[in-house]
Write a protein that binds this ligand. Structure first.
Ligand code: PGA
Length: 250
């Protein structure tokens, strides 16, 4: 069975002080989370602090991005091996705020996916359609294209050590969650798309839902058969809300 995974994406929020408070709150309640794997993805500059705060706890650490390069003259970039130095285990790649907000191409995202794995990090590959793409009826084509950038470059087996996050862009930070049926439909498609090439990889890969998941709507989303966890933005900034979602995951 797939172990549910709930990841908080703090985005560019917080201060040193608020992050200390948030992690203290998470540590106080993490014992009640029995099944789900719990990850927090801190802003890069706070990763060292988050690493110290979460060390020895059941809270795993992730980054929100990483460089596609291993090292060298890339001003402002952070490599997988640097993240490794601070015990990061996960790296989000291809978040829509980077694809659409920072112009990252499918190919660059695929290279970041590979760079994460090359450093022993588990990539969380974000995919998902824009509102106009959903309205045009091309949601599945968009998700397939974003996955194929990785599959065609590195093989379907590369998905084995990864997490996929289906995040409809119109649901991110908008308060407009996909209905459980809408989300399940795409999650099932994502899994079937992988199954066309490798049934075992498809059965094993964990697919998170992301986009305005919160303490109130998490349980019914997480109850869907192909939803294996969540990637949580806004609701991950309050420890109680985030823990409620983690408990709902199992
Ligand atoms: P949200 O963000 O929960 O604030 O909608 C989700 C995400 O961007 O990962």
């Amino acid at each position: 069975m797939r172990k549910p995974i709930v990841a908080g994406n703090w985005k560019m929020n917080g201060t040193l002080e608020s992050i200390r408070e948030l992690v203290a709150g998470l540590k106080a309640g993490i014992g009640e989370v029995n099944v789900a794997e719990v990850v927090v993805c801190a802003p890069a500059i706070y990763i060292a602090e988050a690493s110290a705060l979460t060390g020895g706890t059941a809270i795993a650490l992730g980054s929100q991005d990483l460089s596609n390069a291993a090292s060298g003259a890339y001003t402002g970039e952070i490599s997988g091996s640097m993240l490794n130095d601070f015990n990061c285990q996960y790296a989000i790649v291809g978040h829509s705020e980077r694809r659409h907000g920072r112009g990252e191409s499918d190919q660059l995202v695929a290279e970041k996916f590979k760079a994460a794995q090359d450093s022993g990090l588990t990539p969380i590959l974000c995919i998902g359609e824009l509102l106009e793409e959903r309205e045009e009826g091309v949601t599945e084509q968009v998700c397939a294209r974003q996955m194929d950038a990785v599959i065609n470059a590195y093989g379907v087996a590369a998905l084995q050590n990864s997490v996929i996050a289906y995040e409809p862009v119109w649901a991110i930070g908008t308060g407009k969650t996909a209905s459980p049926e809408q989300a399940q439909e795409v999650h099932a498609f994502v899994r079937s798309h992988i199954a066309k090439q490798d049934q075992l990889v498809a059965d094993g890969v964990r697919i998170q839902y992301g986009g305005s998941m919160n303490a109130a709507n998490a349980a019914e989303l997480l109850a869907q058969p192909d939803i294996d966890g969540g990637l949580i933005g806004g609701a991950s900034l309050k420890s109680e809300d985030f823990l409620t979602i983690c408990r709902a995951a199992g």
